[in-house]
Design a protein around this ligand. Sequence first.
Ligand code: DX5
Ligand code: ZN
Length: 224
Amino acid sequence: MIEILPSILSADFTRLGEQIAQVERAGVSMLHLDIMDGHFVPNLTIGPPVVKSIRKATKLILDVHLMVSDPDKYAPVFIEAGADQVLVHQEAATHLDRTIRMIQSEGAKAGVVLNPATPVSMLEDVLHIADYVLIMSVNPGFGGQRFIPNALNKVRQLDARRRELGLPLPIEIDGGVSLENIADVVRAGVNWVVTGSSVFHSSDPEATVRAMQKAAREATSVQV
Ligand code: DX5
Ligand code: ZN
């Protein structure tokens, strides 16, 4: 079962509750929240008070993507604000093993993220403790960027590795995914698809999510 995770980065923040309700009606189970500190990435987004408000407005699983230089400082703050899952960049964590265990001990699931220039092999020694892995298919910082095709090779490598190790590790992808390329993405082995501008810049976010769910289902169904 492929999950579509709408990223609110491209939503209309003056009517965020309404936009979240639109994608909820399409039957998603997770919402992706992008936290940027203006240091790890060249952009600033939302902080804990907004996550707290979103927590009150929805029962969806909150998948919080930390694009910050100090994940050890901020992961507990966002878990306290309502994050169910916290994604930490391999490139930002000095002691990644410790950070993953800390997130889990705070009661959240821990995902690890790789930038486009970071090879899958960098995660070899944490694959058995991470709850899931996110492969960035754009350089983090902005919505609406072009998909970097090499991300698919990384997904295939990781898919092969999780099979070898017998790990039930969901693979997530983030950046530049649209109705045009979602079939390629899920065929490569992605389980969770983050999508921002394709959904929230469309005239009907609910219908766009449904169309993406359908395209993902068709791409993974057995061809006869
Ligand atoms: C980019 C963020 C993404 C972003 C994706 O740094 O991590 O989650 O919202 O947006 P699209 O789908 O527009 O590429
Ligand atoms: Zn993200």
